[in-house]
Design a protein around this ligand. Structure first.
Ligand SMILES: *Cc1c(COP(=O)(O)O)cnc(C)c1O
Length: 348
C-alpha cells in the first residue's frame, strides 16, 4: 500500500504539473481540499482576498470566516470572469496574506484565466490558492509554471474516480508559511504538518488511510496517464465545444461569458415557459441521463450539463442533444434538433 501511495503522489504531481514535495490526497471530497488549503495557510486575523462569482467562491468565504480570518470579497456577476484590474485594487489595500479563486466555477460554467492574477499575487507577495476541483484533468492546470502556491481538487469530476479524496499540492513557499504558523492548525484532521509525515518518509500514523479510495484514485490517474493528459484535455475541449455549438444551434442560450466557457460544464438558460425540473426528470427516466439544475442565483433558471472525464465523449454529446430536444418538444417547444445534431457532428 505504501508503494501505491507513492505512485499516487507521483501521478498527482504529473497531473498538477508540479515538482512540489508536499503533494497528497486528503481524506474527504473536494471541499475537504478547499478547507485544507485555507485552514493550513490562514490564522485568525489574516486577510484573504477571495473572488466570488459563483457558489464555490462563496464557500471559500465561509471557510475563511470560520477560521477567524478576514475575507476581502471581490465579486463579478454570475457567468462572468473576474477582472485582473479588480484584483489589483483589492491587493492595493496592503496586508493581504492570501489570494484565492476558483479556476472553473461549476455553478456558472466560467473558465477563469489564471496567469495575470497569479502574477499580481506574486508581485504583492501573497500566497495564491487555486480551486481546481473541476478543471484538473479537463483543462490545463500548470501549478509550477503559473506560480500557484496551493491547489486542491476532487476525484469525481474530470478524473473520473469515485468521490472521496481531495488531491492537494503546496509549493515550498506555502510549506514554509505552514511551518512558520504562530498557532497550531485549527483542524486536527486536516493538519498538513502531521499528514505530510504520513505521506512522506516517516510514515507516521495520523488517521487510517481510506485505502480503497487511494487504489481507485491511482487507477484513475493511470488511465489518464495512459490516454495522455494533453489528449484528455483535447478531448474535453472538442466534446465541450461541440455540445455548446449544438445547444446554440437548438436556439438555447449559454450562460457563461463567451470566450471563457468551460468545456466540461455547460450552463444553459431554461427557456421561457419550460418546467426545468420536469425536463430533468424526463431525461433521467427516459434516457438515463442526469443533468443538473442551477445552483444559487441560477436556481430554477439554468441547466448544467457535465462532460467530465470518462463521460466526455462523442456519443454523449449526440445523445444529450437529441434527448434534450425530445424533452423540449414534450414541453411544447419546437426546437431544431436536426440542426443541433448536425452542427455538433461537424465538430466532433
Ligand atoms: C464540486 C466542487 C467543489 C466541492 O467538491 P465536493 O467534492 O462536492 O466536496 C469545490 N469546488 C468546485 C469548483 C467544485 O466544482
Amino acid at each position: 500500500f505504501l508503494r501505491v501511495m507513492d505512485d499516487t503522489r507521483a501521478l498527482l504531481r504529473a497531473a498538477f504539473e508540479t515538482e512540489n514535495e508536499l503533494t497528497v490526497a486528503m481524506s474527504g471530497t473536494g471541499s475537504a481540499g478547499m478547507e485544507t488549503c485555507l485552514v493550513n495557510l490562514l490564522e485568525p486575523g489574516d486577510k484573504a482576498v477571495v473572488w466570488v462569482n459563483g457558489v464555490f467562491g462563496q464557500r471559500m468565504v465561509d471557510i475563511v470566516r470560520r477560521i477567524g480570518a478576514e475575507p476581502i470579497i471581490v465579486s463579478a456577476p454570475w457567468g462572468r470572469i473576474i477582472d485582473a484590474a479588480d484584483v489589483e485594487k483589492a491587493l492595493a489595500q496592503g496586508g493581504v496574506k492570501l489570494v484565492a479563486l476558483v479556476h472553473v466555477e461549476t455553478s456558472t460554467g466560467v473558465w477563469q484565466p489564471i496567469e495575470d492574477i497569479a502574477a499580481l499575487a506574486k508581485a504583492h507577495d501573497c500566497l495564491f490558492v487555486l480551486d481546481t476541483v473541476t478543471s484538473l484533468g479537463g483543462v490545463p492546470v500548470r501549478i509550477d509554471a503559473w506560480g500557484v502556491d496551493a491547489a486542491y481538487s476532487g476525484t469525481q469530476k474530470c478524473l473520473s474516480a469515485p468521490p472521496g479524496l481531495a488531491p492537494v499540492t503546496f509549493s515550498e513557499k506555502a510549506r514554509q508559511t505552514l511551518h512558520a504558523r504562530r498557532r497550531p492548525v485549527q483542524s486536527w484532521y486536516l493538519d498538513l504538518t502531521m499528514i505530510e509525515q504520513y505521506w512522506g518518509d516517516d510514515r507516521a500514523y495520523h488517521h487510517t488511510a481510506p485505502v480503497s479510495m487511494v487504489y481507485a484514485l491511482r487507477e484513475a490517474l493511470r488511465i489518464a496517464h495512459e490516454e495522455g493528459w494533453e489528449a484528455r484535455r483535447e478531448r474535453h475541449l472538442r466534446v465541450g465545444r461541440a455540445l455548446q455549438a449544438g445547444l446554440e444551434a437548438m436556439g438555447l442560450t449559454l450562460l457563461a461569458q463567451e470566450g471563457y466557457r468551460a468545456p466540461m460544464l455547460s450552463t444553459v438558460a431554461v427557456p421561457e415557459g419550460v418546467d426545468e425540473a420536469a425536463v430533468r426528470s424526463y431525461l433521467l427516466a427516459e434516457y438515463g441521463i442526469e443533468i443538473a439544475g442551477g445552483l444559487g442565483e441560477f436556481k430554477g433558471r439554468a441547466w448544467r450539463i457535465g462532460m467530465m472525464g470518462h463521460s466526455a465523449r462523442k456519443r454523449n454529446v449526440q445523445l444529450v442533444l437529441a434527448a434534450l430536444g425530445d424533452a423540449l418538444h414534450r414541453q411544447g417547444q419546437k426546437v431544431p434538433v436536426e440542426a443541433a445534431l448536425e452542427t455538433a457532428a461537424h465538430m466532433l
